[in-house]
Design a protein around this ligand. Structure first.
Ligand code: PLP
Length: 393
């Protein structure tokens, strides 16, 4: 069966070039970078080259790059490591639409007695910067606001956020897991103090990430152990994955243009055809400030899970915006925070593209999606009620 993979915000294919550079580090160059001998020293140099590539990708200094095990670790380390550095401050600001890698840290902090402010978003999924301004107090230890949303692709104005936060002398962390490789990141021209990246969203393997920490930022290590990563993250370096991520950063820099031209055009084509061919369909989130690869659409009066399963039967891999929590189908916290109506939030699907997608694949989706939605609406009591209300049944 044909596979059409349009779930790249969940994870990406590892680029063959990335696999190629990683392999020798399993069986040939397996030395510990901390070892004194030549064999370890060579590996240390290669790890540093990967660090330089990551720094070049972010326009940062190599010393500002800390390799971690994933995006979740980077987020946890940034938040908990900063709060630990400001023990006298007990207030944390974030948004309502963060990934659980930040959202569940907020819940934990509330349990630990912190005051947590979760900023709201409007119907477009955008922040109200005045709400942020009003939320910051002398007790605020950290602001952590994601760069772009994983479900809708909505991009937050992180540099404007940074200006507001900096004016109050508060550090800023951003979860850039979904933006790295999709829109440019330039830390030399940025107000961001800490930034998280995950390798597997960037065509490198799962289980490797980056935490960028701006020089001079107060930070206590979250992973305590050896002196690796200049004492900011203990644990023997995951050398093959670091080498792979260095290569992935180099490729991501080279592919940024294509992401914003060819991939964006494919996404726009898919969106346009879906809206043309399927009535009662809404696009979720700000369509202007949006990742070039992401499309979140809601098909009213049908279940997202059923759409996904029928797409999956045809080899199409997408994602839904609702999750089965404790037996009840709850729409995602992101769509709920945006106030997407119940009848639409339940039928939301996320298509997320990559440079490996083609126009033929978009046509395949466009051919098969309308009959799937029609089939599900034909058996939906909500759709029948809707038709009645319109005098069409
Ligand atoms: N942050 C965002 C916005 C994400 O989309 C994800 C993964 O889906 C993560 C963090 C977690 O990254 P990882 O899977 O590397 O832990």
């Amino acid at each position: 069966m044909k596979t059409v993979y349009v779930d790249n915000n969940a994870t990406t294919k590892v680029a063959p070039e990335v696999v190629g550079v990683m392999l020798p580090y399993f069986t040939e160059f397996y030395g510990n970078p901390s070892s004194m001998h030549f064999f370890g020293g060579q590996v240390q140099r290669n790890v540093n080259e990967a660090r330089e590539k990551a720094a070049d990708f972010l326009n940062a200094e190599p010393s500002e790059i800390v390799f971690t095990s994933c995006g979740t670790e980077s987020d946890n380390a940034a938040i908990l490591g900063t709060l630990d550095s400001y023990p006298e401050k007990r207030h944390f600001i974030t948004s309502r639409v963060e990934h659980p890698a930040v959202g569940n840290v907020s819940t934990y902090l509330t349990r630990k007695g912190y005051r947590v402010t979760e900023l709201s978003v409007n119907r477009e999924g955008q922040l109200d910067l005045d709400e942020l301004k009003e939320a910051i107090t002398d007790d605020t230890a950290l602001v952590s606001i994601m760069h772009a949303n994983n479900e809708t692709g909505v991009i937050f104005p992180i540099e404007e956020v940074g200006e507001i936060v900096k004016a109050r002398g508060v550090p800023l962390h951003t979860d850039a897991v979904q933006t790295a490789g999709k829109i440019p990141l330039n830390m030399k021209k940025s107000t961001i103090d800490m930034l998280s990246i995950s390798g597997h969203k960037l065509h490198s393997p799962k289980g490797i990430g980056i935490l960028y920490i701006r020089k001079g930022t107060k930070f206590s290590p979250f992973m305590m152990g050896g002196h690796q990563e200049k004492g900011r993250r203990g644990g023997t370096e995951n050398v093959p994955y670091i080498i792979g991520l260095g290569k992935a950063c180099e490729l991501a820099k080279a592919h940024l243009q294509e992401e914003n031209t060819r991939v964006k055009a494919l996404r726009d084509y898919l969106e346009q055809k879906i809206l043309e061919r399927i009535p009662n369909t809404l696009v979720n989130g700000d369509r202007v400030h949006r990742l070039p690869n992401t499309l979140s659409v809601s098909f009213e009066y049908v279940e997202g899970e059923s759409i996904l399963l029928l797409l999956s039967d045809l080899g199409i891999c997408a994602s839904s915006g609702s999750a089965c929590t404790s037996g009840s189908l709850e729409p995602s916290h992101v769509l709920r925070a945006m106030g997407v109506p119940f009848t639409a939030a339940h039928g939301s699907i996320r298509f997320s593209l990559s440079i490996y997608n083609t126009k033929e694949e978009m046509d395949y989706i466009i051919e098969h999606l309308p009959p799937i939605i029609q089939r599900l609406r034909d058996i939906s009591p909500f759709w029948k009620d809707y038709l009645k209300s319109q005098g069409k049944a």
